[in-house]
Design a protein around this ligand. Structure first.
Ligand SMILES: [Zn+2]
Length: 79
C-alpha cells in the first residue's frame, strides 16, 4: 500500500501530483483540497512537516492543509 495514512486522505494520485483532502473549514464548514507534487507527498509520507515537505507551497495553501481553512475564508477572517 502506498497511501498517506498519518496525514490527509488522498483524493486523486497521478504520476506527478497528489490531490489531498483537507479538513472541514472552521469558517464555512466545507472540506477542500490541496494539490501536492508526488515528491512533496512522498516527503510528507516520510514524516516531514508540511513546510519542509512543500517549501514552494503558498502559506495560505499550507494553512488549508493544516487547519482546513480555505484561503478565501482566511482572508474573510483575518483580512
Ligand atoms: Zn472555508
Amino acid at each position: 500500500m502506498n497511501t498517506i495514512t498519518r496525514h490527509r486522505p488522498v483524493i486523486t494520485r497521478t504520476a506527478t501530483s497528489v490531490l489531498i483532502e483537507t479538513p472541514e473549514c472552521g469558517f464555512c464548514g466545507h472540506t477542500g483540497s490541496v494539490t501536492l507534487t508526488a515528491d512533496e507527498a512522498a516527503a510528507l509520507q516520510d514524516g516531514a512537516p508540511i513546510h519542509v515537505a512543500a517549501p514552494a507551497m503558498s502559506r495560505s495553501a499550507r494553512e488549508q492543509y493544516i487547519s482546513g481553512i480555505h484561503p478565501d475564508c482566511w482572508t474573510e477572517l483575518f483580512g
